[in-house]
Design a protein. Structure first.
Length: 404
């Protein structure tokens, strides 16, 4: 399915307009006021707006607002392209209760599973509020529910958890729409059990954890497919579910995922605030490895935003496995950010250039596969002293995302 990288392209798709249709409609709607700005010799305006980052002249924006029935004063309050009717579809939530977690899950399930928007719909204050809201939210307690003969036993939720592990393993090997569809179906099953079943408080907590795990996996799949708003929606649902289950470190990791997504889309300030909330929120977590991982990601994000790490970057020995490590912390053999840490820190060699720092920060905080695994191997060689920083610089171009 096609995705739309620019909000105007999405608006045109919803309305069924080609680029030429839009220009014709603008000329017809307000031709006199446009004073020849849509001349026959210049039919590539829409392409420049959508592909080259050109901002339409204000009279053209006014004409487009009238055509889309958008109040003109919205243009001043929300600069292009944020005023376009292309950012809706996210249900507002009240507080951080288990009911809000169910609302976030329902928002995922009733939305178009293949939402084609390849841009972020949650940015600025609303995105940062996810971090501060999670950070300030009081612990919540799920309770036993007895309402129907459909009883969810420990064995049932155990099977669901094992199935989620299988789906994650399949996604690493067979990433694509087939596995994503299976994840979505499993998420619907868990939602139905929460909505209709009877269960103990312990099982309720495990059900919410299953929602968080599956929604996070669905978010990865959406990122892989270029559907970044869908990924935000899934990660929001996972964040609320993790809070309902009382899993603070998983919530912190989900904020880091949202932060890296913001970095990719040119929102470094949002990314930094999310990462700071994540690290602040897990300060008392029993897993030193989890705290170290999140602190390492914060250091990388600080570097990517032009703020070099001023401490807080853990050494490899601080990331040794422990008895309290959450499952997500075990997904990393040698974490991606550890590779970044060795490549970002000056080991007696010249520091990396700023564009390379940004490309290092653009790799995902995901299990090590493909390019990530090779980056991890470089980190291991550096950590064990079997390669110098200078010796591996020539390999960076094939390991890192393309320069912007």
């Amino acid at each position: 399915m096609s995705t739309f990288a620019h909000p105007l392209a999405y608006v045109r798709s919803v309305r069924g307009w080609s680029a030429a249709d839009l220009l014709d409609l603008l000329a017809e709607h307000a031709g006199a006021q446009l004073d020849g700005r849509l001349g026959a010799t210049d039919r590539n305006k829409v392409h420049r707006w959508e592909k080259r980052g050109v901002v339409p002249e204000l009279p053209l924006q006014h004409a487009l607002a009238h055509l889309l029935d958008v109040p003109v004063d919205r243009i001043a309050r929300h600069p292009w392209p944020r005023w376009l009717p292309a950012f809706g579809g996210l249900r507002p939530l009240d507080g951080w209760s288990p009911g809000s977690a169910l609302g976030a899950l329902d928002d995922v399930l009733v939305a178009d599973a293949a939402d084609p928007r390849a841009y972020l719909c949650i940015t600025g204050a609303p995105l940062r509020a996810l971090g501060t809201g999670w950070l300030d939210a009081r612990p919540t307690h799920v309770t036993a529910v007895a309402r129907s003969p459909l009883r969810v036993e420990e064995e049932t939720i155990g099977r669901i958890e094992r199935h989620a592990d299988v789906l994650r393993a399949l996604d690493q090997r067979l990433a694509g729409p087939t596995v994503a569809a299976a994840v979505y179906a499993q998420l619907r099953l868990v939602a139905a059990l929460l909505a209709e079943g009877s269960f103990t408080a312990r099982v309720a907590r495990r059900l919410f954890l299953a929602v968080a795990d599956l929604a996070h996996l669905a978010g990865w799949a959406a990122v892989d497919a270029g559907r970044h708003f869908a990924a935000q929606r899934y990660h929001r649902a996972a964040l609320y579910a993790a809070h309902a289950a009382g899993d603070r470190t998983l919530g912190g990791y989900l904020l880091i995922c949202l932060a890296y997504q913001a970095i990719h889309h040119g929102e470094p300030g949002d990314a930094l605030r999310l990462a700071e909330s994540a690290v602040h929120g897990v300060r008392g977590a029993p897993s030193a490895r989890a705290r170290g991982l999140l602190g390492g990601h914060l250091a990388v994000i600080r570097a990517a935003t032009g703020r070099l790490p001023a401490g807080g970057v853990p050494e490899p020995q601080e990331l040794l496995p422990g008895p309290h490590d959450p499952p997500w912390a075990r997904w990393f053999d040698i974490p991606t950010f550890t590779a970044r840490r060795y490549l970002l820190v000056d080991h007696g060699d010249r520091p990396l250039t700023e564009p390379v720092v940004g490309r290092l920060a653009a790799t995902e905080p995901a299990p090590p596969l493909g390019r990530h695994r090779r980056l991890h191997q470089l980190a291991e060689r550096l950590a064990t002293g079997t390669a110098s920083l200078r010796a591996i610089r020539d390999s960076l171009d094939e390991l890192l995302p393309p320069a912007a």
